[in-house]
Design a protein around this ligand. Structure first.
Ligand code: URA
Length: 218
């Protein structure tokens, strides 16, 4: 893992790199793409969730009593996939944090302006205890940063501290990292690579193409 700044982490584990190569390859079909994405997601969410608060619990094993840390019981965990490409990420995140609430963030990118257009937002009420709420906003691709700023902004507006919010992606463009971290400097960004640039259509270069199309065979 490479920490580029206090809040930007690039996971460079060999298994992550290996699976990233599978994802980037244009010859990888939908089934293999989804398998590689799933494998990578476990590494990504282990890293993304490593600062969740824990408490000590007494446990009786078949041998004796002991103490073991567990995720604090009274915290609220929100997994917020940006539709649609965030959905596959979400499956693994939910498997690893089964107590989490899922908030779908429906937005697509206007191809002309590259701005997000909202069509669904399932976050209506402010969380009861924002300081004890931890949010993971998911989108495999951090490209322009426009959707990520909107997605994260939703939770900041509800009073959730930026320090409790993590943006999780597979690939990032330098522009996206710069934009998200300049608007929300205390939000953590977890990615597997910061690629070279964005092209004129807002795609990450070299990237992996359209993540949603490759996951959903569209
Ligand atoms: N969304 C994608 O799916 N791919 C990109 O390269 C950028 C945004």
């Amino acid at each position: 893992m490479k920490i580029l700044s206090k809040n930007i982490c690039v996971i460079n584990h060999p298994l992550v790199k290996h699976n990233l190569a599978v994802l980037r390859d244009e010859k990888t079909d939908g089934e293999k793409f989804r398998c590689a994405l799933r494998r990578i997601s476990y590494a990504v969410f282990l890293e993304a969730s490593k600062n969740l608060p824990t408490e000590t619990k007494k446990i009786k094993t078949p041998i004796c009593e002991c103490e073991n840390d567990v995720i604090k019981n009274d915290i609220n965990i929100i997994i917020a996939p940006i539709l649609r490409a965030g959905m596959m990420f979400c499956e693994v995140a939910q498997e690893m944090m089964p107590q989490a609430h899922i908030h779908h963030l429906g937005m697509y990118r206007d191809e002309r302006t590259l701005q997000p257009v909202w069509y669904y937002n399932k976050i209506s009420e402010a969380p009861k205890n924002p300081k004890e709420t931890y949010v993971f906003v998911l989108d495999p691709m951090l490209a322009t940063g426009n959707s990520s700023v909107d997605g994260v902004g939703n939770f900041v507006k509800k009073g959730i501290p930026q320090e409790n919010i993590t943006f999780v992606c597979l690939l990032a463009a330098p522009q996206g990292v710069e934009r998200l971290s300049s608007v929300f400097p205390d939000v953590k960004i977890i990615t597997c690579s910061i690629d070279k640039e964005l092209n004129a259509k807002g795609y990450i270069v070299p990237g992996l193409g359209d993540a949603g199309d490759r996951i959903f065979n569209t």
